[in-house]
Design a protein around this ligand. Structure first.
Ligand code: LLP
Length: 427
């Protein structure tokens, strides 16, 4: 299950290293990321599509994890980047991505953010007519290649917050206005060469994807016919889920890749769209299962319920509190042990919602034990905060028995770094 590896002592290992060693060396809470897993996830998904349609590109959605080293790994694999903010564009450039391989899909962006994107030379994917008009006021943007995000009125996702297509979504332009919007872009001197959608995140069912591909291709067909758009690329966004519970099964990406590319090719033929680049923007699938969060149990308490209190909280990993997400948790010195109790695993933040698990079936857990919270590679560190004035944890990259600090643990000074106390309060 979950690709867990152990050593001769039966202890959980990451990159060939006993996680207790990592916890002792680098302290807890600690994010531990496996380099090889990132690479194999990337390759598996890339091959699943490119073996059926060779003009295929993946843009890693770096919001899932913006660690520079992880981004370097993916740059070397040949990935592009889906960036959503100037900060993500900046980070991607620093990680070595060529601007031509960065697609900026902002939402409710300011004029300054648009200027930043234009100056950085990345590709710009627009989300509204307002953005289009404001982009046309930037002299350096004249004649640019652009694309639009469309709401295909199909959505899916592991939680309402993560459904980005359909009648409640704030994202994208509507099918009904698409022809007019692309014509407007041309009249403003732009070169609209792409179309994009992203229907949601954490999807294990291929059906909504297929629906969205169908709808987007029909819209592309219309745009070709009524607005004379010639497509360089068509981008179906990210969203491919990973199993978080032991009951969920992995999506068969080979089958998925084949079905989606078949659909794509059929629709290209149907509408005579030529051979535009097919793109997807996976985040979670690439990094989600490549990391664990190590945390140490400091308190076992029996009150109305039984609690194991740990030294991480929703400041470190927000998903369980934010979305009620399940993250599988194992005891590092016996990851496959039978469950003997139901227990709440609680963090160290001063809020009742700060729980990693409620009534979780677990083996014996004692004070001092190391727990590994699985699938902590995506939307984990990137959503961490300093709430309760707690410094954010370190990130360690492991590969073949070697470990490197790729982000140092913060200190109190980091938490206080941007504060100023006016002189009058010091007198
Ligand atoms: N492309 C766009 C335009 C996106 O907005 C996203 C994610 C992706 C690609 C990548 O989606 P993925 O392949 O990772 O599902 N914080 C939530 C997930 C929010 C996803 C936001 N957009 C979570 O922890 O589940």
């Amino acid at each position: 299950d979950f690709n867990l590896e152990t050593n001769e002592k039966g202890n959980l290992t990451m990159g060939g290293i006993d996680v207790h060693e990592l916890a002792d060396q680098y302290q807890t809470p600690l994010y531990v990321i496996e380099e090889d897993r990132i690479k194999s996830n990337y390759k598996r998904l890339y091959n699943a599509f490119s073996s059926h349609y060779n003009d295929f590109k993946m843009y890693y959605a770096c919001k899932a994890n913006t660690n520079l080293s992880i981004m370097r790994i993916l740059e070397k694999e040949g990935s592009g980047i889906d960036a959503v903010s100037p900060g993500e564009i900046y980070t991607s450039l620093l990680a070595g991505f060529d601007p031509s391989k960065i697609l900026y899909t902002g939402n409710n962006v300011t004029d300054n953010e648009l200027k930043f994107a234009v100056e950085s030379g990345v590709k710009i994917n627009l989300d509204s007519i307002s953005q289009l008009k404001r982009l046309s006021n930037i002299p350096e943007a004249q004649g640019m290649d652009i694309s639009f995000r469309v709401n295909p009125m199909v959505g899916a996702g592991h939680h309402d917050h993560c459904i980005t297509g359909g009648p409640l979504s704030k994202f994208g332009i509507m099918e009904e206005e698409a022809v007019e919007v692309y014509k407007m872009a041309k009249n403003l001197g732009f070169n609209p060469v792409g179309i994009h959608t992203h229907i949601g995140s954490g999807i294990l069912d291929p059906e909504p994807f297929k629906l969205a591909v169908n709808v987007l291709m029909d819209i592309a067909g219309k745009l070709s016919e009524y607005a004379d758009v010639v497509f360089d690329f068509i981008d179906f966004g990210g969203g491919i889920g990973i199993p978080y519970t032991p009951e969920e099964s992995v999506l068969d990406v080979n089958d998925f890749g084949e079905k989606i590319t078949d659909l794509y090719k059929d629709k290209l033929d149907e509408y005579g769209l030529g051979k535009p680049t097919m793109c997807i923007e996976p985040g979670r699938y690439i990094v989600g299962d490549a990391a664990v969060l190590l945390t140490r149990v400091n308190t076992i308490k029996q009150s109305y319920r039984k609690f194991a209190g740990v030294d991480a909280g929703f400041n470190t990993l927000l998903r369980p509190t934010m979305y009620g997400s399940y993250h599988h948790i194992v005891v590092a010195d016996k990851p496959f042990a039978e469950s003997v109790q139901k227990i709440d695993i609680a963090g160290d933040v001063c809020e009742s919602g700060d729980l990693f698990a409620r009534d979780r079936s677990m083996p014996n857990v004692g004070e001092g034990d190391i727990l590994a919270i699985l699938n902590a590679g995506a939307y984990s560190f990137s959503m961490a905060s300093q709430y309760n004035s707690r410094p954010r944890p370190a990130e360690i990259l492991v590969s073949n028995g070697q470990s490197d600090i790729i982000r140092e643990r913060e200190t109190f000074s980091d938490v206080l770094a941007k504060q100023n106390v006016p002189m009058r309060l010091l007198r």
